[in-house]
Ligand binder design. Structure first.
Ligand SMILES: Nc1ncnc2c1ncn2[C@@H]1O[C@H](COP(=O)(O)OP(=O)(O)O)[C@@H](O)[C@H]1O
Ligand SMILES: O=C(O)C1=C[C@@H](OP(=O)(O)O)[C@@H](O)[C@H](O)C1
Ligand SMILES: [Mg+2]
Length: 186
């Protein structure tokens, strides 16, 4: 069983993915962490030193490697869907869930964040709107399921995803304790 989460920065891929892995008792991998191990520095520093194109090459290699082994829950980086090769690999090897969020919700979550290089601009909300317009079709094309993340907490999103995976027959529901028999009405 392998699930991958896609969506914009701040959608909750890392936070939801970690808790989903715990809940399903499956390993959790964050592709951005794998990339940082390979490059030996933060993604933000790498963007500044080597540029985005070089980062995307490493990201593509990491996605190919993860797709090869494909187990557990994988949180991808927000730009993982930009390349067609990544979209195809993700969709073929994982059950892909798009955590969909409005730019306004993302901005609320990330307004104090300094780790995301694409949002270190004068107008991060404007940038999130552009990213949403450009990428929403790509996330939809890649994903098997879409989950709206606006209101639910991280814990609620985990419950929603587990329910969807159970309904789709991707995970087996945990055994329920026997309920007492229903008493017929008088
Ligand atoms: N549904 C949510 N409700 C409240 N806070 C959230 C929710 N999803 C994510 N967050 C918070 O928003 C921030 C960004 O989440 P993160 O998981 O890093 O996003 P991503 O990996 O998709 O970029 C974190 O502080 C996280 O705890
Ligand atoms: O949207 C993007 O292009 C990126 C998103 C980041 O991951 P998160 O989506 O976890 O922020 C990280 O991979 C990199 O900064 C590029
Ligand atoms: Mg993340």
């Amino acid at each position: 069983m392998a699930v991958a989460l896609v969506g914009l920065p701040g959608a909750g891929k890392s936070a939801v993915g970690r808790r989903l892995g715990q809940r399903l008792q499956l390993p959790f991998i964050d592709s951005d962490n794998v990339i940082e191990q390979r490059i030996g520095c933060s993604i933000r520093d790498y963007f500044e030193r080597e540029g985005e194109a070089s980062f995307r090459d490493i990201e593509q290699q990491v996605i190919a490697d993860l797709a090869e082994t494909a187990t557990g829950v994988v949180a991808t980086g927000g730009g993982s869907v930009l390349r067609e090769a990544n979209r195809n690999r993700l969709r073929a090897s994982f059950h892909v869930i798009y955590l969909r969020s409005s730019p306004e919700d993302l901005f609320r979550r990330l307004r104090h964040d300094v780790k995301r290089p694409l949002l270190q601009v004068a107008d991060p909300l404007g940038r999130l709107r552009e990213l949403h317009a450009a990428r929403d079709p790509l996330y939809r094309e890649t994903a098997h399921d879409v989950v709206e993340t606006g209101r639910p907490s991280v814990a609620m999103l985990v419950n929603i995803i587990v329910m969807q995976l159970e309904l789709a027959g991707i995970v087996v529901p945990a055994a329920q304790p026997d309920l007492p028999p229903v008493q017929p009405h008088d």
